[in-house]
Ligand binder design. Structure first.
Ligand SMILES: *Cc1c(COP(=O)(O)O)cnc(C)c1O
Length: 382
């Protein structure tokens, strides 16, 4: 059965032999033209027309009122948490099934992550796990949510749209709203995914995108903060641009700030990539449908987009039935040149995060033991 699955995965990409990576960028549009143009303009750093154009394109794609381009997704997330009010000594609720950057950004903002379980059908933060945790371990007073035992502030909640599959945001926003906990979406993997017609990254107080080389759209390295709040957007620009008071020649800074903006050179690449995003997502969605066919009747479950959602299918995923099946599949697939990999080690099991507070995590542990990511790049000959 395994050989047959591997053969059909290749067949889907029209690539009979040779290596197929898990994900690789495709530069088939205006990338070279725009990057050369940026070089020739001499504006290669954080000021330039492509940065502005890239931000405008992100706004028109997602419907966000503001986009602030940053040097990577991790720094965009750290900055968003600070803007949401996270301070030293606070805790931030998130899921353990994520890339390590989610928890790292929380720590860089001075807080500690609290890991709560994911849901079976979205693979993202479970609204009921958040509700149960708030009810069992937190108290509310004067509009502030705190841990009942230590008194630490619960300063934010960070759902992550795993592999591009949207979290159940309505339920999550309602619960967090009741407890006055701001929501910052880690939409690093979910550019172009939507939930009930709203784009990932635009539903929380702030949302974060990543444009790393393995994401749906790349700027080489890059990220963005999305928000509909004018004041937060202004502060985001100020704090990511060294806190410099705008002036043609004077260098005055009114706060200890960061150098987190996206260089124009990278934004040029990003503009050319964003011009192709509809194509990229269509290709990914078609391939997901083809993968679903392959796994139909095999006893393994291809992970489909949840109800009311349109996923970008950044990374396709299949659930095997056991750790052994997962390992065998990944070994055989990689040996035959098909880039496959397990989910991230759940963050609460990493030595750096093993002492963090956790909820009940049975779904995370189960999913991480069985999940395999499949080749998901936009192969040119798809
Ligand atoms: C890619 C990613 C990030 C940010 O990554 P950068 O490499 O810093 O751009 C953050 N969170 C998740 C879940 C990611 O997949």
């Amino acid at each position: 059965m395994l050989e047959e699955i591997l053969r059909r995965i290749r067949e889907v990409q029209h690539f009979p032999d040779g290596p197929i990576p898990l994900h690789a960028p495709v530069f088939a549009g205006n990338e070279k033209k725009y990057v050369i143009d940026a070089i020739e303009s001499t504006f290669v750093s954080s000021v330039g027309e492509y940065v502005t154009r890239f931000e405008e394109m992100l706004c028109s794609l997602t419907g966000a009122r503001h986009a602030v381009a940053c040097c990577n997704g991790t720094s965009a997330l750290e900055m968003s948490l600070r803007l949401a009010g996270v301070r030293s000594g606070d805790v931030v609720l998130t899921q353990p099934l994520s890339f390590v950057a989610t928890a790292n950004a929380i720590v860089h903002a001075g807080a500690e992550p609290v890991f709560l379980d994911i849901e079976r059908n979205t693979l993202g933060l479970s609204p009921s796990a958040v509700r149960d945790f708030l009810q069992a371990q937190c108290v509310r007073g004067q509009g502030v949510c705190r841990l009942a035992d230590t008194g630490q502030r619960v300063a934010a909640c960070v759902p992550m749209h795993s592999f591009g599959l949207p979290v159940r945001m309505d339920e999550l926003l309602a619960i967090c709203g009741e407890w006055n906990v701001p929501v910052v979406e880690d939409a690093a993997e979910a550019l172009g995914s939507s939930y009930k017609g709203r784009y990932c990254g635009t539903m929380g107080q702030l949302g974060v995108l990543s444009f790393n080389g393995n994401k749906t759209v790349t700027t080489g390295g890059g990220g963005a903060i999305l928000t509909n709040n004018d004041e937060l957007a202004t502060t985001a620009k100020h704090l990511t641009t060294t806190g410099k008071i705008p002036h043609p020649w004077e260098y005055r800074h009114d706060t200890v700030a960061w150098n987190f903006r996206l260089p124009n050179l990278n934004a040029a690449l990003g503009c050319a990539q964003l011009e192709q995003i509809e194509n990229f997502i269509e290709t990914k969605r078609k391939r997901a449908a083809a993968y679903a066919e392959i796994f139909n009747g095999t006893g393994w479950e291809f992970v489909m987009e949840p109800e009311y959602c349109r996923s970008n299918y950044w990374l396709c995923a299949v659930l095997t039935n056991s750790v052994v099946e997962k390992k065998t599949f990944i070994e055989k697939a990689n040996a035959s040149g098909l880039g496959t990999r397990p989910a991230w080690e759940p963050l609460h099991t990493l030595p750096i995060y093993q002492n963090c507070r956790c909820g009940e995590l049975s779904t995370t542990i189960d999913i991480a033991s069985r999940l395999v990511n499949l080749p998901s790049g936009v192969v040119r000959n798809f």
